[in-house]
Design a protein around this ligand. Structure first.
Ligand code: SF4
Length: 282
């Protein structure tokens, strides 16, 4: 089976990404984010493991593909603890020298590979909140927001292109204007070239997990989603609520002069040339 595949975000007709490839060196993810979409389509996602013969399979796939943009990774964190043992992400970066790369991570382990980074790479960090307590509840095993910000700043200071994802925005959890402005101000000081944001989409057991961690908002959250919209297999908030939440992020980004994009939202409010940072690679 191929390891370098066409990026296909669940065949979403709302995806605005350019054509690119996806590479996931691992199956599943250590961080156990309670909002993780990959959990609904990857068995035992909470038991991360390395892909069998990953490097040989990538070498084989590269006989048929020799250029393009590759996202590492869309359904696992390429710098989760397994990477310290297997180094598959590092080996992949060496094999993909002729490609443009978007690295998507929550881990400061990415700093280890700075010797391999150049103008053909964009490093994107997902940071949903500055609040350690909220982060511990929604991303229990991921590095703290502070560690992520420090890594982001170090990479920007070294001259690499960085972007951030405030994704997902969860009503009543990380959606206050004040906390979003504090976060975006920090991201500005890290010199990110793009902020991409998106509201929580509900699929599988996400709502159940949200209710376990935040029982005080469970009924309100359920009501919002039950009165929302359905796109393919996801429950979305209503368009008016999504617009309100994401316009808040947009307006703060405008204030701090940071290009802004949404992800799978069907809202025409982007100010960035791409939603994933691929325009930074041209
Ligand atoms: S880091 Fe990404 S892939 Fe890993 S659990 Fe969190 S949302 Fe899922």
């Amino acid at each position: 089976m191929k390891v370098l595949t066409e990026f296909d975000p669940w065949k979403s007709r709302l995806c605005t990404c350019k054509i690119k490839y996806s590479l996931n060196p691992y199956v599943g993810c250590y961080h156990r984010c309670i909002y993780c979409y990959a959990r609904s389509y990857i068995k035992n996602h909470e038991k991360p493991r390395a892909k069998e013969n990953f490097v040989d399979r990538l070498k084989r796939d590269l006989k048929y593909v020799n250029k393009g943009i590759v996202i590492i990774s869309s359904s696992t964190d390429p710098y989760q603890p397994l990477e310290l043992k297997y180094r598959y992400t590092r080996k992949a970066l060496k094999l993909l020298k002729d490609f443009k790369i978007i690295i998507l991570t929550k881990s400061n382990n990415v700093l280890r590979d700075k010797d391999l980074f150049d103008d053909n790479i964009v490093i994107s960090f997902t940071i949903t909140t500055l609040d350690e307590n909220i982060s511990k509840k929604i991303e229990p095993y991921a590095p703290s927001p502070d560690k992520r910000l420090d890594a982001l700043k170090s990479l920007s200071d070294m001259g690499f292109k960085t972007t951030a994802r405030i994704d997902p925005i969860i009503p009543y959890v990380n959606d206050s204007e004040k906390s979003l402005e504090e976060l975006i101000k920090e991201l500005k000081s890290c010199d990110v070239k793009l902020i991409t944001s998106s509201t929580l989409k509900v699929r599988g057991d996400i709502l159940k997990k949200m209710c376990e961690k935040f029982p005080e908002i469970c009924n309100r959250l359920k009501k919002l989603y039950l009165n929302g919209e359905r796109y393919q297999n996801y429950l979305y908030l209503s368009k008016s609520i999504r617009l309100k939440l994401l316009r808040t992020v947009l307006n703060i980004c405008k204030k701090y002069n940071i290009p802004f994009a949404t992800c799978r939202e069907n809202l025409n409010i982007n100010t960035s040339m791409s939603c994933d940072g691929s325009h930074l690679l041209i």
